[in-house]
Design a protein. Structure first.
Length: 250
C-alpha cells in the first residue's frame, strides 16, 4: 500500500467487485438465531451496538438472518468503495466496481444464493458447462457480462455497443455497478449505513494510528492502511465478531 500511496504501482485499468452472498458457504449464513445474533452484535460493537440495531432492527429469527446478510453486503460494498477511493488518489487509470447479485437457478441449494465465484460462468459465457435450469435472464446476463469483460480486456473499458453504461469509479458518487437481472448503478449502502461502516473500518485503521475517513465530505484524509480492505477487513469482521469490540465513548 505504501507503493500505491506514492503512485508507484502498476497503474492499469482495474475491475473489482463482490457477490451478494460471499459468505454463503457457512452453514450459519442467514440462519443465525435472534438471541445469538444480538449477543454477537453487542460483543462486536460495544457501545455502538445500539446504533447498529437501529440500522438493522430485527424482532425474530427470520429477520435476524435477513439482516445478517444485508449488513454483510452493505459492509462489503462500502469496503470496496474505500479501497477504490484509496487507489483513485494516485492512479491515472480508471477502476470499475461491481456488485453481482444473480443467484443461478439451483433448486437443490437455494441457500447459496449469489455465492463466491458465482459470476464466473457468466463472465466466460459458458453456462452450458453447468447442469442448471438456466433461464433467459441468465443467458442475457451472461451475454452482457462477458461483453463487458471482453471489451475491458481489449480496451481497458468495459463499455461497448448494446451494453448498459458502466461508469468508472468516481469518489463523489458512492455507487457501484449492479450486475444481475437489472444492470446499472446502485448506492453502496444507505447513507447512515455507509457512515456507520466507514466508522467501523476507521476503528480498525485507528489501531495502526492512521487518520480516518471524513464521511460528510465523502473522502479520506491522510494515509490509509487498507490492505485490500474489501476482502481482509470485511472478512475479518464478518468471521471474527468476538474479537473486535468498540471501546466505550469512541
Amino acid at each position: 500500500m505504501a507503493i500505491m500511496a506514492k503512485g508507484m504501482q502498476n497503474d492499469v485499468p482495474t475491475i473489482t467487485g463482490m457477490n451478494a452472498d460471499e459468505g454463503s458457504s457457512s452453514p450459519m449464513y442467514g440462519k443465525i438465531l435472534m438471541k445469538d445474533y444480538k449477543t454477537q452484535i453487542e460483543r462486536m460493537y460495544g457501545d455502538k451496538a445500539k446504533q447498529f440495531l437501529e440500522l438493522y432492527p430485527f424482532s425474530n429469527d427470520e429477520e435476524a438472518g435477513r439482516f445478517q446478510k444485508e449488513s454483510a453486503r452493505d459492509q462489503s460494498r462500502v469496503s470496496t468503495w474505500m479501497f477504490a477511493e484509496y487507489r483513485d488518489r494516485t492512479a491515472k487509470t480508471p477502476m470499475y466496481t461491481y456488485y453481482f447479485d444473480r443467484a443461478m437457478p439451483w433448486p437443490e441449494h437455494p441457500e447459496f444464493g449469489a455465492f463466491h465465484t458465482g459470476e464466473v460462468p457468466y463472465v466466460f459465457n459458458n453456462l452450458k458447462m453447468l447442469d442448471r435450469q438456466w433461464e433467459n435472464a441468465d443467458r442475457l446476463l451472461a451475454d452482457q457480462i462477458s461483453g463487458y469483460w471482453v471489451n475491458f480486456i481489449k480496451t481497458g473499458d468495459p463499455n461497448g455497443e448494446g451494453l448498459p453504461e458502466w461508469t468508472a469509479f468516481d469518489s463523489i458518487k458512492m455507487v457501484t455497478q449492479r450486475l444481475g437481472t437489472e444492470i446499472g448503478p446502485v448506492p453502496i449502502a444507505g447513507e447512515k449505513q455507509t457512515e456507520f461502516f466507514i466508522s467501523l473500518l476507521n476503528f480498525l485503521l485507528h489501531m495502526y494510528n492512521i487518520p480516518s475517513v471524513n464521511c460528510k465530505e465523502r473522502c479520506f484524509t491522510g494515509k490509509i492502511f487498507l490492505m485490500e480492505c474489501y476482502f481482509y477487513l470485511s472478512f475479518f469482521i464478518w468471521k471474527e465478531r468476538e474479537i473486535i469490540v468498540f471501546p466505550e465513548n469512541r
